[in-house]
Design a protein around this ligand. Structure first.
Ligand SMILES: [Zn+2]
Length: 69
């Protein structure tokens, strides 16, 4: 469970909607183009229903670990 760092309320997963047809991803800065799918991850905003804080979390944070970087 993810909690708000300001008021300790449970964060709720939401969806990021953009004007683009493409789903945004977070990608490793120096990854090669052919490595795109192994070096990028979907992410989602988590919102606090009490104070309005928003945090983004990667679905696959391991792509940024030392051994994968
Ligand atoms: Zn909060």
């Amino acid at each position: 469970m993810k909690k708000c760092i300001y008021c300790n309320t449970e964060l709720i997963r939401a969806e990021l909607h953009t004007s683009s047809e493409l789903t945004p991803v977070i990608k490793k800065e120096k990854a090669f183009a052919l490595d795109f799918f192994r070096s990028s991850s979907d992410f989602a905003p988590y919102v606090c229903s009490k104070c309005g804080f928003i945090a983004f979390f990667l679905d696959i944070p391991e792509i940024f670990s030392d051994e994968n970087y």
